[in-house]
Design a protein around this ligand. Structure first.
Ligand code: NAP
Length: 228
């Protein structure tokens, strides 16, 4: 059975990804920042772990727990992210630097903490695929925003991280992708967004299934290329 770990799995896109991979017969390690009283998905092939991507100790503990539960990890899906309202709308002159730093810590440094701790498990996996859920907001070519410094800069940094990791880990058989999941109706995307997050999760599942060695790449949820 193939194995995937998904961060930020208790709601939004992460939860839809858990459902999709579980329904497709994968062994899913679903992580949440704080343990829910009742796991959001209960199935024999879904295992819930606590993992806060800001906290290196929490990430290391999750990796230790995982070592006892599986021999290797095939796919890592770095999905957890934030987009705080106070920094999203702030104009120059009224920037909330604490919120910008927090956003950067979660969205850009978080995935790096996770991959560093999980590397031994990923090295023992068959697929050696890392997929960073990025955003069109991080695309230098596509970007249209005149605010939202923290979110946009953090996703641009995540894209750069994707290219560095891909080059660093290619000799060990890895492929690393960045992916824009579309504008989705989640807590982050809001009710007016175009996409049902389950539709995005289904597309992302196909991207994982068809991923080749032609990386690093920045793709959309439907597998189409997105400009860096
Ligand atoms: N929604 C969109 O339209 C859209 C568009 C482009 C890209 N994206 C990207 O798609 C991904 C999923 O977004 P979404 O819309 O599903 O967001 P969401 O509904 O806000 O869910 C975010 C998830 O990340 C988790 N999280 C936040 N901080 C964390 C931390 N420090 N450690 C671990 N988990 C943490 C949250 O957990 P808690 O419940 O504990 O807060 C939650 O599970 C993100 O990477 C986002 O940037 C979304």
């Amino acid at each position: 059975m193939e194995t995937v770990l998904i961060t930020g799995a208790n709601r939004g896109l992460g939860l839809c990804l858990v459902q999709k991979f579980a329904d497709s017969g994968w062994q899913v390690f679903a992580t949440e920042r704080a343990r829910s009283a009742t796991p959001p998905v209960q199935a024999s092939n879904v295992h819930w772990l606590t993992l806060d991507v800001r906290d290196a100790a929490s990430v290391a503990l999750a990796a230790q727990e995982l070592e006892q539960r599986c021999s290797g990890l095939d796919v890592l899906l770095n999905n957890a992210a934030i987009n705080p309202q106070s920094e999203y709308d702030a104009l120059l002159g009224e920037l909330d630097f604490a919120a910008i730093q927090l956003t950067f810590d979660v969205n850009a440094l978080g995935p790096l903490r996770v991959i560093q701790s999980l590397l031994p498990l990923l090295l023992r996996g068959q697929r050696k695929l890392v997929l960073n859920i990025s955003s069109e907001a991080g695309s230098l070519r596509h970007s249209w925003r005149d605010r939202s410094y923290g979110y946009c800069m953090s996703k641009a940094a995540l894209n750069m991280q994707t290219t560095i990791l891909d080059r660093a880990l290619k000799p060990r058989g890895f492929n690393v992708l960045a992916l824009h999941p579309g504008w989705m109706r989640t807590d982050m995307g809001g009710p007016n967004a175009h996409l049902d997050p389950m539709e995005s999760a289904e597309g992302i599942y196909q991207v994982v299934e068809s991923a080749g060695e032609n990386t690093p790449r920045f793709l959309q949820h439907d597998g189409k290329e997105f400009p860096w």
